[in-house]
Design a protein around this ligand. Structure first.
Ligand code: ZN
Length: 163
């Protein structure tokens, strides 16, 4: 669960879209999404997320390594295919807050709603469905065991089945 949460942690900086949308027609709009989106997509925040995951995990070293790895996969995917509708590339400020010298972008970056992202999303959803069926649980177990079991279609595994 910590590794999965670490993979979405960079987008905490995108939550500013809520106050920005709510205040965009006011006399003092809060431009928190425009100003701060991608400000947590940094090496520093990856290390913070890794340290927190290490401290919270039962399997500390495996989680402490996989959590920042999943964080970096998120950043890699953003570089590949998250171009904005207006052509904005959303550079990844790798060394912030210590330096702005390294802004990661890729000239071939495709748009967020481009076909490769649709294909990747469908393929990953199919993988989630297949794994959920094979293993008897899904990521929905983070939310509720009942919802997870309804999704997987398997009865709840009793704790004392041996004997
Ligand atoms: Zn992101």
């Amino acid at each position: 669960m910590l590794v999965t949460l670490a993979s979405v942690a960079p987008d905490l900086d995108g939550l500013g879209i809520i106050p920005e949308l709510l205040t965009r027609n006011s006399s003092h709009p809060l431009l928190w999404f425009s100003l701060y989106h991608h400000s947590l997509h940094t090496l520093t925040f990856a290390l913070v997320v890794g340290a927190i995951s290490f401290l919270l995990a039962m399997r500390k070293w495996v989680t402490g390594i996989l959590a920042p790895l999943s964080f970096h996969i998120h950043r890699f995917e953003d570089i590949l295919g998250s171009r904005g509708p207006d052509g904005e590339q959303w550079p990844i400020p790798h060394l912030k807050p210590f330096s702005s010298s390294l802004q990661l972008t890729w000239r071939g970056q495709w748009a967020l709603n481009a076909w490769p992202n649709v294909v990747i999303t469908v393929a990953l959803l199919l993988a989630v469905f297949w794994l959920a069926r094979q293993r008897g649980f899904s990521p929905l177990e983070f939310i509720s065991q009942k919802v997870d079991q309804a999704f997987v279609g398997a009865p709840a595994a009793p704790f004392s089945q041996q004997g």
